[in-house]
Design a binder for this molecule. Structure first.
Ligand code: GUN
Ligand code: FE
Length: 427
């Protein structure tokens, strides 16, 4: 059993017991976690489920993903901007059709859960029906999930471009309908500064101030051509990040994907405002965008956590993302190389990602009071993993073996709100 203590240190029990129960508000939460022999006597009436040889761990939290890009994975291009026009906008235009949106939403949630991801902050498309489709699918499954209608009223083709005033009306309507319903949350979602007029960014900032418990999600400083484009579009702005600041879009619960081409002033601004970076290493490697500077992020105390960024990202698997984050951390030609520990990587994809969302103590961990969303890991999932895990001398080595060799086969079961929702084998 794995979890993090209040100081973010990884804890484990080799023979553990996790006790969960449904609260009066209908949410399943953790009552107790720890060594079986110390917890068991407090709950004599329990009938425990046994998973011998397996490990229980917090469900993973994906800080940035695009559900409408499920079918875009593995589309190669000459960098971000050609990739957007050649593939992404073409696929996203299909979400004008609510039937298509519903079908992809269900498939997407199946993928998240079979990979052990129990909470995601995800883009929809500019079509309001794409948001409704995903919220309905997530509500049915009792998931904690955050999404929002993409705002993009310029530099976008017909089929995905929206209209400034209507886009803000649609955002407020969807937000009022869904934000805080069950475990769902709304994210105000300007795609990125080049695709939003000043009026649209201003409107987004006004909504963010009017509804402070909503999230904000966008992209920033991902690619050099994009950074140059923003410089031309917003010549007065000190930096790309400061464009968002100027429109009131940096605050707690604001999550910005990538954050690669930052200087110290940008990192300080992130830290000061409580905004968080969604580090998306498989996407950055696939699109050739660049390398996130983990050392600088740590020393500036800017919040950051891990994300798949599917479909720029190449995998739904948190193991693949953690491995790519390790590789990007090691990269030492464009920035100082840093060896992230397996405990740090794991934290950044669970409790650390939850902290970035302002949901620490709710998801991404299994301390008492946390919502009961967890995974059951199988260290014998493949012959190579079994062999490597058997030779691990300590917990760090075991975690590293999972990170390097793991994928969805390691996720034996995913449990959401006390129910097994995905299984490789019979629970
Ligand atoms: N910047 C603007 N839109 C996108 C997107 O869909 N994916 C990525 N990776 N970057 C973006
Ligand atoms: Fe993205």
């Amino acid at each position: 059993m794995l979890w993090f203590n209040q100081e973010h240190r990884l804890q484990h029990a080799s023979d553990g017991l996790l006790v969960t129960a449904c609260d009066s508000d209908g949410v399943h939460r953790v009552l107790a976690i720890g060594d079986y022999h110390s917890v068991r006597p407090h709950y004599p009436d329990l009938t425990p489920t046994h998973w011998p040889g397996h490990w229980i761990a917090p469900g993973f939290v994906d800080l940035h993903i695009h559900y409408p890009q499920t079918d875009v994975i593995g589309s190669p291009a000459e960098g971000l901007l050609p990739w957007l026009t050649q593939y992404t906008f073409v696929h996203e235009a299909k979400f004008a059709d609510a039937h298509h949106a519903h079908e992809v939403a269900e498939f997407f949630l199946d993928e998240l859960l079979s990979h052990g991801v129990t909470t995601a902050l995800t883009f929809a498309t500019s079509h309001p029906a794409s948001v409704t489709a995903l919220f309905e699918a997530a509500q049915k499954r009792r998931l904690r999930l955050i999404t929002g209608k993409v705002l993009q009223d310029r530099h976008s083709p017909d089929g995905v471009r929206d209209e400034t005033e209507q886009s803000l009306i649609d955002t407020e309507t969807l937000l009022q309908r869904w934000h805080g319903v069950d475990r769902l949350g709304y994210a105000i979602t300007p795609r990125f500064a080049p695709s939003c007029s000043e009026a649209q960014l201003r409107g987004a900032g006004e909504l963010a101030a009017k509804y402070p418990s909503t999230w904000i999600q966008s992209h920033v400083a991902e690619n050099l051509d994009e950074v140059q484009w923003v410089r031309e579009l917003f010549p007065q702005a000190r930096s790309y990040l400061s464009v968002y600041d100027n429109f009131g879009l940096l605050r707690q619960r604001a999550v910005y994907a990538h954050c690669i081409y930052f200087d110290e002033t940008d990192r300080t601004l992130m830290q000061r405002t409580g905004a968080a970076a969604a580090v998306s290493p498989t996407s950055n490697l696939f699109l050739g965008s660049g390398f996130f500077d983990f050392a600088a992020a740590q020393s500036s105390h800017m919040r950051h956590g891990l994300a798949s960024d599917v479909g720029g990202g190449t995998s739904f698997s948190p193991f693949h993302t953690m491995l790519a984050a390790y590789t990007v951390g090691r990269e030492g030609q464009t920035k100082p190389g840093l060896s992230l520990s397996p405990e740090q990587l794991w934290w950044q994809h669970t409790s650390g990602a939850a902290q970035a969302l302002g949901l620490e103590g709710q998801v991404g961990n299994l301390l008492p009071g946390c919502e009961a969303d967890f995974v059951v890991l199988d260290p014998q999932a493949t012959p190579l993993l079994a062999r490597r895990c058997a030779q691990a001398h300590n917990l760090s080595e075991l975690l590293f073996a999972w990170i390097v060799l793991g994928d969805d086969r390691v996720i034996a079961h995913t449990v959401v709100q006390g129910q097994v929702v995905a299984s490789k084998t019979q629970p």
